[in-house]
Design a protein around this ligand. Sequence first.
Ligand SMILES: N[C@H](CCC[C@H](N)C(=O)O)C(=O)O
Length: 277
Amino acid sequence: MLLHFTKMHGLGNDFMVVDLVTQRARLRDEQIRALADRHFGIGFDQLLVVEPPLDPDMDFRYRIFNADGSEVENCGNGARCFARFVRDQRLTHKREIRVETRGGPLTLRSEDDGRVSVDMGTPRFAPEALPFIADEESLTHVLDVEGECVTIAVVSVGNPHAVLRVDDVDDAPVAHLGPLIEAHPRFPQRVNVGFMQIVSRQEIRLRVFERGSGETLACGTGACAAVACGIRQGLLDSPVTVHLRGGDLTITWAGGVASLLMTGPAERVFDGRVALS
Ligand SMILES: N[C@H](CCC[C@H](N)C(=O)O)C(=O)O
């Protein structure tokens, strides 16, 4: 079968987006991994799948698969591209849609200036929310990484994140510590790893080694996670500008049970068709 898809990106975090509302297809893990390959396939950080909702109160089901084929709970940059895609494809005319994900419901709003605002829900710091193996909830935790003691903060924004502070993201040990923390045994379902440099109380620089995809140019849930941890530790004041390698996001959070709000761009690159074996 020929599968129609659209290649999109949010600040260089790139996606293959597939409409399975008007198309019928089942994608197996090995097919997703093959399509993710940047040399022998299409190449993407995540595959985003649009499906009819299971809950009639929702507009769509939003499924997310990493480059390694693992299905995950949330994808912030992808949510903005999802919102643009369903309107471009005339699957909805609504400006504001509610979508169901494995990590819970999201509200996506397409703004007049072409950007998309996403209500990312309430951050959860309890270790069991990630899951993360720890004796108690704490502002930070010390992780033994091959004999090196690494101080991290942990948070779930639907998907799990560990956030480290670094003096300068440009020489942060992303390639070394990223995979070691991603697969650390205290994270039974692995974890996304953020390296945060605090520039001021309302500005950070951030690099993210993503679970199942490696370092990406930007990570929306990673930006939300870093800001939530920084505000909770009294280091940041909302709203925060997050400088990622692919561009900037604005993250707002009033604390407590308030939602994290993210606003940023969503770009289409090309449409294509791929033969599924
Ligand atoms: N790039 C996505 C994050 C994907 C999360 C995925 N790497 C996971 O395993 O949770 C974002 O913009 O939020």
